[in-house]
Ligand binder design. Structure first.
Ligand code: PMP
Length: 353
């Protein structure tokens, strides 16, 4: 397949294309007698090699290299953000003119795409996932026009948990006349492989990943965008100069020395997901347990809202997703530790009639 011949420079908002980015002190020098950045030379209240009184690297090259090696791409194809929510917002700001342009989403899906678009005064077009919870390429492509700058896809999808079929995704990436963001926040729990390698062929593809899920590091706030260098350069240009702080970068680097431990955790989550799915399927009130390639399960249950409230009143907090299209009467539960899942299941049994 030929890839997508889109011209990224033409797609970018002209003010961003012409922008001279802020040049930070640490762009030029990071050692020597550093009296250039109005830092506090007397230090922070904390000792240690991190030197928290100094600004962090604006480009985070060592960490980008580790992430790149992990995903089998070049470090120039990597952007690091404050969670993956930061690249979602940045991409909308880079490609969508407020008050004029639109994004396209495929509900039911992760809520932040719409919120970020609305914050930026960017319109939101929707094409529902079909009944098998897969994107409908014909419907999506016919709804896209020159103003529809970004298509957001999520695989495995939140809140449904299923992965999107690769053939449909590739057709969309190849034919969509704008950027395709493929959010892979949950990819490491999936039997499907990451699409990150496709960025070599498709300049309009941006794959999002995060350390918040499989790495168990939501508190660290590290998100990853993988894309063609043309897109990455724009993201680097627009981001806040020191978006990744030293504590985050250092902790994330250390995590890449613990990949064995992380893999073991992923396997435990998957085993618990299977156990939980089986237990839920055995309950009379549960109408359907959706197949999941993520670290959560969506299930349809009688009186979903009531069940959700009753669980919450007993201190068991899950999410009601019944307001989302195709998720009528559905609840979403995150896979917990074995004893947490037991408590969830036994409380659920108590609240069911
Ligand atoms: N994408 C998806 C699909 C998510 O479910 C989430 C978090 N719930 C995120 C992105 C955001 O993750 P973070 O900002 O923690 O990387």
């Amino acid at each position: 397949m030929a890839g997508n011949r889109i011209n990224i420079d033409e797609l970018v908002r002209p003010n961003i294309r012409d922008l001279s980015p802020y040049r930070s002190a640490r762009d030029d020098f990071d050692s020597g007698l550093l009296l250039d950045a109005n830092e506090n030379a007397f230090g922070s209240p904390f000792d240690g090699s991190l030197q928290l009184n100094r600004y962090p690297s604006p480009t985070q090259d060592p960490l980008r290299k580790r992430v790149a090696a992990f995903r089998g791409v070049d470090h120039e194809n990597i952007f690091l953000g404050v969670g993956s929510d930061e690249p979602i917002d940045l991409l909308i700001r880079i490609f969508c003119k407020p008050g004029e342009d639109a994004i396209l989403i495929t509900p039911p899906t992760y809520g932040m795409y719409k919120v970020s678009a609305r914050i930026n005064d960017v319109a939101v077009k929707s094409v529902l996932l079909d009944e098998s919870l897969q994107p409908d390429p014909d419907a999506i492509l016919s709804k896209a026009d020159a103003r529809t700058k970004i298509l957001f896809l999520c695989s495995p999808n939140n809140p449904t948990g299923n992965f999107l079929e690769r053939e449909r995704m590739i057709r969309l990436i190849g034919q969509f006349p704008g950027i395709v963001v493929l959010d892979e926040a949950y990819i490491d729990f999936s039997s499907e492989k990451s699409a990150a390698g496709l960025v070599e062929k498709y300049p309009n593809l941006v794959v999002l990943q995060t350390l918040s899920k499989s790495f168990g590091m939501a508190g660290v706030r590290l998100g990853i965008a993988i894309a063609d260098v043309a897109v990455i350069r724009y993201m680097m240009k627009v981001k806040a100069p020191y978006n990744i702080n030293k504590l985050t970068a250092d902790t994330a680097l250390q995590a890449f020395d613990k990949l064995g431990q992380i893999q073991a955790t992923i396997e435990k989550v998957i085993a618990e997901r299977k156990r939980l799915a089986k237990a839920l399927s055995g309950m009379k009130a549960v109408r359907k347990v959706f197949p999941s390639d993520a670290n959560f399960l969506l299930f349809r249950i009688d009186d979903a809202l009531e069940v959700y409230r009753e669980l919450a009143s007993r201190g068991v907090i899950i999410r009601y997703r019944g307001n989302e299209p195709r998720c009528e009467d559905c609840l979403r539960v995150t896979v917990g530790m074995p004893e947490e899942n037991e408590r969830f299941l036994s409380t659920l049994k108590q609240v069911l009639p």
